[in-house]
Design a protein around this ligand. Structure first.
Ligand code: BTN
Length: 258
């Protein structure tokens, strides 16, 4: 099945997806997007692949990318300071979560930092890769991976107990084309909010969709493990935790358990 067949025709956006490149098989849509961005491709260009042979995940991990899912990258050039870049990942996770909810009625939520979860299993993730100097963003690539129509048996053993797909959760196959169209349209709306520097609107929506805020969490940092109540995120999307002794910690990156 051709995931982006006729997508441009149905897409009601001004910037995001004005140009869409579709590939059958690539190493990584993020890798190719970064190359294209360096060569000056226009803002909003979207790359979609059916299969990735070297899909990239967070913290140097790989992203399992067989046929049947969504793998896409959006090339952006916001005229914003590098400090605003973390908002890109927040708005992408907001849009993915909203669109899953709209199309499937499943109770998708964001697990900090930006994993999309349904019933305690990961269904999608975001990887934003950036070229910036200390002042400004040169370009950003927002990569989105979403498990759509693969079945439980398709998952490799090491992730089969922690990962899922929309099809597994909804009990029916899901139209990838409407997911992509709605996702790009919703992302464009939130991208405008970001460019308007309406940080609070983004943080509030992220918190509304979050599965993490209000939970007792365990975080493994390099040399220690901490436990506490995840009570908020900072304006950069870092997780604020209140420990048992009432001291406060801010976690910048990594994985949490609960
Ligand atoms: C994560 O580790 O949770 C982030 C996964 C991001 C995967 C997507 S798939 C499309 C894009 N291209 C990549 O190589 N990675 C991202």
């Amino acid at each position: 099945m051709d995931v982006v067949n006729n997508i441009s025709r149905s897409l009601n956006t001004k910037i995001i997806g004005k140009t869409i490149y579709q590939f059958k098989k690539v190493d990584s849509t993020n890798r190719i997007s970064a190359d294209m961005a360096k060569k000056g491709v226009e803002e909003g260009t979207v790359l979609i692949a059916e299969i990735q042979e070297k899909g990239r995940g967070r913290i140097g991990r790989s992203w399992f990318s067989p046929e049947g899912n969504i793998y896409l990258s959006i090339i952006l050039r916001p005229a914003l300071s590098s400090q605003m870049a973390s908002l890109l990942t927040l708005i992408a996770s907001i849009s993915v979560t909203r669109v899953i909810r709209d199309i499937t009625s499943l109770d998708a939520k964001i697990k900090w930092p930006n994993d999309i979860f349904i019933r305690n299993k990961k269904v999608g993730g975001i990887l934003t890769e950036l070229s910036a100097d200390s002042e400004k963003i040169r370009y950003a690539v927002v990569g989105i991976g979403l498990n759509v129509n693969i079945e439980k048996n398709d998952l490799p053993e090491e992730i089969s107990s922690v990962a899922t797909s929309l099809r597994e959760e909804a009990g029916r196959s899901i139209d990838r084309r409407s997911l992509v169209v709605n996702l790009l349209e919703d992302f464009e709306l939130w991208y405008a909010v970001m460019k308007n520097r309406e940080r609070d609107r983004i943080l509030n929506e992220w918190k509304r969709l979050s599965d993490t805020i209000g939970r007792w969490v365990e975080v493994r940092l390099h040399d220690k493990k901490i436990e506490g109540l995840a009570y908020d995120i900072t304006e950069d999307g870092y997780l604020k935790i209140r420990l048992k002794d009432n001291s406060l910690e801010t976690v910048v990156a990594g994985d949490i358990c609960y």
